[in-house]
Structure formats: C-alpha cells, structure tokens
Design a protein around this ligand. Sequence first.
Ligand SMILES: Nc1ncnc2c1ncn2[C@@H]1O[C@H](COP(=O)(O)OP(=O)(O)OP(=O)(O)O)[C@@H](O)[C@H]1O
Ligand SMILES: [Mg+2]
Length: 228
Amino acid sequence: MNNLLKVSNLKKSYEPSLLKVNVLHGIDLEIKKGTWNTLLGSSGCGKSTLLHLIAGLDRPSSGEIFFEGQEITRYNAKSLAEYRRDQIGIVFQFFNLFSALSVEENLLIPLMLKKQNYTQSKKEITQLLDQLEMRPLLKRQVHDLSGGERQRIAFCRALLAKPKLLLADEPTGSLDQKSGQSVIQLMRYAQRELKTTVFMVTHDPRLAAISDQVLHMQDGRFVTPCLS
Ligand SMILES: Nc1ncnc2c1ncn2[C@@H]1O[C@H](COP(=O)(O)OP(=O)(O)OP(=O)(O)O)[C@@H](O)[C@H]1O
Ligand SMILES: [Mg+2]
C-alpha cells in the first residue's frame, strides 16, 4: 500500500459555549509513505486542529482517518494511545520537554513508555545523538539549553520511538533562521535515513520547495492558491 494516511470528509466543530465554531469543513487528504508534506495557511484556519486529529489527540465531529488502512477514528481510547505511542512522533512549536530533567532523561521517556530495556535505550540514545553530532548535550539540563537546542532534542525524542509519521506543528516558528535550518536538516535526516513520513505545518513558504506535497488551507478547507 502506497498511502500511509487517508483522510476522508473530515469535519470538526468546537462548542466551547453556546456558540458553535465550525473549524474543519470536510477535509480530504492522502499522504504517501516516505514523503514530505507541508501544510500552509493563515492563523486560525484549522492547521493545528487537523494535526491533532491525525495524531489522535482529539476526535473529529465526523469523517474518517485511515492509518495504513486502519480506521483510527473508530479506535477506543486505549488503541488510540497505542497508536500515538507506536506510530506517531509529534513536535510542537514550543518543544514540550520536561525542563527540570536532563536531556538524557527526556529522551528515555518514549522508550520507557514502550517498556524497552533501560541499557538498550541508553545505547540507542547515545547512538542517535552521535549521528546527529549532539552528544555533548546528553547530560545537560533542558532549562539550560537554547531554543534551537531544545527543539532539536524534541525531534530526537520523537524520532527515538521510530514513528512512521512525524507530525510537526510550526517547529521552526520560535527559532532564528540558523536554528530553524538545523531543525529542518534533522527532519530531512529522518525522512532519508529512517524513512519517516513527514507532515509539517509552517508559515514559511520556502519549505514548500522541498516538499512532495504542499497543501494550502483556508477557513478549514484545502484550496488552490492564487498566484500573484
Ligand atoms: N479547543 C478549542 N475550543 C474552541 N475553539 C478552538 C479550540 N481549538 C481551536 N479552536 C478554534 O479553531 C480555529 C482553528 O484553530 P487552529 O489552532 O487549528 O488554527 P491554526 O491554523 O493552527 O492557527 P495558527 O497558525 O495560529 O496556529 C480557531 O478559530 C481557534 O480559535
Ligand atoms: Mg496552529
């Protein structure tokens, strides 16, 4: 099967108060294995909402999401948690690391959740950081790291669980250009070496150039952009 992900007529509304907010209005999407997919769109159009639904962090109002042919929108809470743990890597704009812990402790978390052997886990962490020339960060405390370093560690944490799909929500949004570049290189490494499929939300149209598929969202729908 060529498709890793298929989304069909996906709708999402929020009802925080009396006023119902319709955010996604019937999204259809296919993501092929091993590809780099970029999602662009103005603030508030529904990008993070879509990412959260694909990650199984929230439920749609209607529509289906298939991952490797399995309909995850039918999963119960336990299966959805396993799906998140085993298939998906998530990186958000603001790192989501435990700042009171060391880099190594943060990186051990996904492997411990998988009940992987402790010694083996430590070995895998050192190997990955060696490959990415980030070994000097291993014993550092997260609260002492720069924003760029934190984001690269957040990616390492997502990659250690060997996800099939890496979901990144504006991962370079809070970084300067140089740090942003090294984060993109890390994602390229994941795509090339680990065969990870990438789905990335960004406000940076330059990233469209390196994408296999570029999606433009406007008011909860995919649109064809007007070239001006
Ligand atoms: N939990 C929620 N309850 C109510 N409304 C929400 C909730 N989450 C998001 N929304 C609304 O849904 C709309 C889409 O939000 P979303 O976060 O998906 O936008 P976005 O495209 O990611 O924007 P940005 O580029 O600013 O991150 C917004 O109007 C937002 O206020
Ligand atoms: Mg967002």
